[in-house]
Ligand binder design. Structure first.
Ligand SMILES: Cc1cc2nc3c(=O)[nH]c(=O)nc-3n(C[C@H](O)[C@H](O)[C@H](O)COP(=O)(O)OP(=O)(O)OC[C@H]3O[C@@H](n4cnc5c(N)ncnc54)[C@H](O)[C@@H]3O)c2cc1C
Length: 448
């Protein structure tokens, strides 16, 4: 009948639902993909429907333990969704309000320039408010002099506990230090960041190779053209035997889409604020300072293969990260770290929660000999309330958690910077009004 009916699009009636027209394959279906069935039902109204859906289904809220929207005690949610303007000034710096997502920020940069980027985050639906205040890394962060997102904060606006709007100068050196890696929520409400953009070449090279059975994926981003990169790789890493057909040259913004698994020619996708997967997951992190022995790697490998939906993401450190002192910001994991590991497990059915968390705990316990010690370090943005699962001391159980109790989790995230964070917290919020299960505690009065 195609020849005799409406065309481009061939119209259809929603109430006579027809999945043969096209379906969403997963939670990340793009506007372009969904247009295949959407335009048939709604023609030009489909775009507006997608915009309305985006408004009621905001991103951000990526805290691994849901601390921005879940608690066992009554709490307040501050919705910053509408506070998301972005003002890009390539030469000077850029302001981004904290309700924006990192992908909206990337999009705004790419609209202004092809030779600037920002070392933000690999998953782009994360909100800039929580993510940048906890550190924030992506493919640009290590070797090319850029560091973390938090290392590129030039200024900030925050509402403090007394309702005053302060900037980097008026909030004082200590508070400005604390919110660049110590997490924002213990100290106030961050309204906006002033960020330094970083230069990127017009063409970068990406590499992705999947090895089958064990499902290992090698992902790299090089800030060079393939022509310059190849001889350098052959000289320096001949043993890697990289497959030349797996290198692709593209712009930095295309690489952002590429690593997010999005079509690299659809930059507008970055404006969508839909959440990715809605599966359950639990994660833990570690820092590795010495090469892991072969026996250790073999054991790790066997454990990972026990579950189908397990994932291990090693992220190399070094480069710029090693040049920044451990006390420059609250994020202490600098020189001496070879890489960071994130262990993840995913599941769909609530009934499987205990089994999967049990598996992750055993894996984490088995890795103790091979990772950092005293403290066993962890990354704040991979929030883990289960850092002390034997005694459940990895969280604040009430508003009066002492420095000693909170040190159990605090030293893992912040090492020697934890004490300074506690001092700043005591100065700016002595009544501990802003608190959650892992907020920085206050010292008793008289101990500032
Ligand atoms: C799918 C996914 C992918 C990720 N990918 C990366 C990655 O590539 N690199 C990386 O480094 N991390 C990554 N993370 C971790 C991410 O950085 C953290 O989850 C981060 O806390 C998310 O920030 P948010 O604003 O989206 O979350 P939220 O849940 O909104 O906030 C997290 C915390 O920050 C506080 N907060 C948020 N906004 C403000 C504000 N304006 N002022 C004060 N406090 C605030 C909240 O109260 C909460 O305690 C990822 C997380 C997820 C879920």
């Amino acid at each position: 009948m195609a020849a005799y009916v409406s065309k481009c699009p061939r119209g259809a009636y929603l109430n006579s639902r027809d999945l043969d027209l096209g379906t969403n394959k997963d939670a990340n279906t793009s506007y372009a993909q969904a247009s295949i069935w959407g335009l048939s039902y709604f023609k030009n109204n489909f775009r507006r429907l997608a915009q309305v859906k985006t408004l009621v289904d905001p991103a951000g809220a990526h805290d691994y333990e849901g601390l921005s929207y879940v608690s066992e005690t009554p709490f307040i949610i501050i919705d910053l969704f509408k506070l998301r303007s972005i003002d890009i000034d390539i030469e000077e710096s850029s302001w981004v309000e904290s309700g924006a997502t990192i992908r909206e920020f990337y999009y705004a940069i790419a609209k202004k320039s092809k030779v600037y980027g920002f070392p933000g985050g690999i998953c782009h639906t994360i909100g800039v408010g929580g993510h940048i205040s906890g550190g924030g890394f992506d493919t640009l962060f290590g070797n090319y002099h850029y560091g973390l997102a938090a290392d590129n904060i030039l200024d900030a606006k925050i509402v403090d506990i007394n309702g005053r709007v302060l900037d980097g100068k008026s909030m004082g050196e200590d508070l400005f230090w604390a919110i660049r890696g110590g997490g924002g929520s213990s100290f106030g409400v961050i309204l906006a960041w002033k960020l330094r953009l970083v230069p990127v070449p017009p063409s970068v090279t990406v590499y992705r190779e999947s090895k089958t059975i064990e499902q290992v994926i090698f992902d790299f981003l090089f800030l060079e053209t393939f022509e310059k990169l190849l001889p350098w790789m052959q000289d320096n890493f001949p043993d890697l035997c990289l497959d030349q057909t797996k290198f692709t040259e593209m712009s930095w913004i295309e690489s952002v889409l590429y690593f997010a698994g999005l079509p690299s020619n659809e930059v507008d996708v970055l404006l969508q604020r839909t959440q990715p997967s809605k599966r359950f997951f639990k994660a833990k992190s570690d820092y590795v300072t010495e090469p892991i022995s072969e026996a250790g790697l073999e054991d790790l490998w066997q454990r990972m293969l026990q579950l189908e939906a397990s994932e291990l993401i090693p992220t190399p450190y070094g480069g710029r990260m090693s040049e920044i002192s451990a006390s420059e910001t609250p994020f202490p994991h600098r020189k001496g770290n070879l890489f960071e590991i994130q262990y993840l497990v995913f599941w769909n059915d609530d009934k499987e929660t205990e089994k999967n968390i049990g598996w992750l705990r055993r894996l984490y316990a088995s890795m103790a000999p091979y990772v950092s010690k005293s403290p066993r370090a962890a990354y704040l943005n991979y929030r883990d309330l289960d850092l002390d699962f034997q005694q459940d001391l990895g969280r604040n159980h009430d508003a009066n958690t002492s420095y000693a109790q909170a040190s159990i989790w605090g030293l893992k995230y912040f090492k020697g910077n934890f004490r300074r964070l506690v001092h700043v917290k005591t100065l700016v919020d002595p009544g501990n009004f802003l608190r959650n299960e892992q907020s920085i505690p206050v010292l008793p009065s008289g101990q500032k």
